[in-house]
Design a protein around this ligand. Structure first.
Ligand code: FAD
Ligand code: EPU
Length: 350
């Protein structure tokens, strides 16, 4: 795509969401040059109506068609904007456009001898979406490596650069997630290191490296171990439609977690966002309610992981949402814990 942007009316989104459910956009705007955004958002449909920014569609559920326009960012560049000398732990700044595939960026950084993103290997989606829910896996969160986020701010129609501190990163949360109509993320700058600080403590990584026969792990080998665990645990959206974890792990007050743990010794409990809260395993709660492997026509729960809703072929987003609501109701009834969906639900409310 060489032009700054391209428009398509009545565009199908079926192949643009990893659940693979049918949906259609009244207007799809593909933007290759972020500098065109102030002009584009001057047009009435983008200026006044709702706009859904869509990356790889790996964290959305189309329970209906989106209202208004859908915007996709396609720019693909990755470059080092400031190189470190290897003496400081965090001094190499890499800038990637929003349209870059996330895992391609992880491989690019590792190929350039840069550590920091290795535990986040193989997460589907785009660079632009990574800060939205502060993607996390295997003991790391992307916010820990973000230097700045470049974003178009709709109310002011300006291109801004927000330092990491302004992004309010928390577990599966950020400023961008809380105000979904305000920002279009156009690029992300990452603070990476030529001096690796490996995070191997998260369950399974050490064992996987040992099974690979690795005695002296490197960032690339850690990424390989993470990929191997992920391929075993999570269904591949190219084979069966899904959006990864459908629910966030619930964060509850510590006394509530203590009471649940006293009644259910096997419940996995982790530290929450602070000392007063705890994070519970949503997968365990759902598993205990008997949903794992459950199937209703083509909507179901993965047999390999209770937190993953799957589309076996022709489920609609509305069917998947209905199933999700009943799963959450059963967990609430049995354990008194409210589950919240992780993906953005489009065309319906939770
Ligand atoms: P989309 O699904 O297109 O969008 C997600 C949200 O971000 C939407 O609200 C959208 O409007 C918004 N958005 C997207 N791009 C922009 C932008 N440029 N500017 C503003 N808003 C934007 N997530 C994890 O955190 N950890 C995991 O381990 C993980 N594993 C997964 C495994 C599988 C098999 C799958 C299918 C998903 C997994 N996910 C995981 C969820 C998903 O991959 C991430 O949330 C990812 O960042 C979504 O990227 P995307 O480009 O597909 O975003
Ligand atoms: N468990 C069950 N039944 C299951 C699966 C898991 O009881 O079917 C229990 C096990 O006890 C296990 C625990 O749940 O120890 C946690 O499971 P897992 O290690 O798979 O992690 P998770 O909490 O289910 C989270 C993220 C994933 C991320 C992994 C690895 C959330 C909502 N999910 O899953 O992110 O990849 O940890 O770090 O935080 C995503 O967000 O889409 C996603 C896949």
């Amino acid at each position: 795509m060489t032009e700054a942007y391209r428009l398509a009316e009545r565009a199908r989104l079926d192949a643009r969401n990893t659940f693979g459910v049918p949906a259609r956009a009244d207007l799809l705007v593909e933007v290759n040059d972020a500098a065109a955004l102030p002009e584009l958002f001057g047009y009435a449909m983008l200026r006044d109506g709702p706009v859904l920014v869509l990356g790889g569609g790996s964290n959305v559920l189309f329970a209906g068609d989106p209202r208004g326009a859908v915007l996709a960012l396609t720019a693909q560049s990755i470059r080092i904007v400031e190189d470190g000398d290897g003496t400081d732990a965090r001094v190499t700044i890499v800038r990637a456009d929003a349209g870059v595939e996330w895992h391609a960026l992880v491989l690019w950084t590792l190929g350039h001898g840069l550590a920091g993103l290795e535990n986040l290997a193989l997460i589907p989606g785009t660079v632009g979406a990574a800060p939205i829910q502060n993607i996390g896996a295997y003991g790391a969160e992307v916010g820990d490596c973000i230097h700045a986020v470049e974003a178009f701010e709709r109310p002011t129609r300006t291109l801004r650069r927000l330092g990491a501190d302004a992004c309010a990163f928390a577990y599966r949360d950020s400023l961008f997630k809380r105000e979904p109509e305000r920002f279009v993320v156009t690029a992300v700058e990452f603070a990476l290191s030529r001096t690796p600080r490996l995070r191997l403590d998260y369950a399974g990584i050490g064992e996987e490296l040992a099974a690979m026969g690795v005695g002296a792990p490197t960032p690339s080998l850690v990424a390989e171990a993470v990929c191997r665990i992920r391929r075993r645990k999570l269904p591949d959206p190219a084979v069966v439609g899904n959006a990864g974890s459908f629910f966030k792990n619930p964060i509850v007050p510590a006394p509530q977690a203590d009471a649940l743990k006293a009644a259910h010794a096997a419940l996995p409990v982790f530290r929450g966002n602070d000392d007063a809260t705890r994070k519970l395993s949503a997968a365990w709660l759902i598993d205990q309610c008997g949903w794992k492997g459950h199937r209703e026509n083509d909507a179901g729960v993965a047999a390999s992981h209770a937190l993953v809703l799957v589309n076996h072929g022709h489920a609609s987003g509305a069917q998947l949402l209905d199933l999700a609501r009943r799963i959450a109701a059963s967990v609430r009834e049995r354990f008194g814990v409210a589950l919240e969906p992780e993906p953005r639900i489009v065309g319906a409310s939770w």
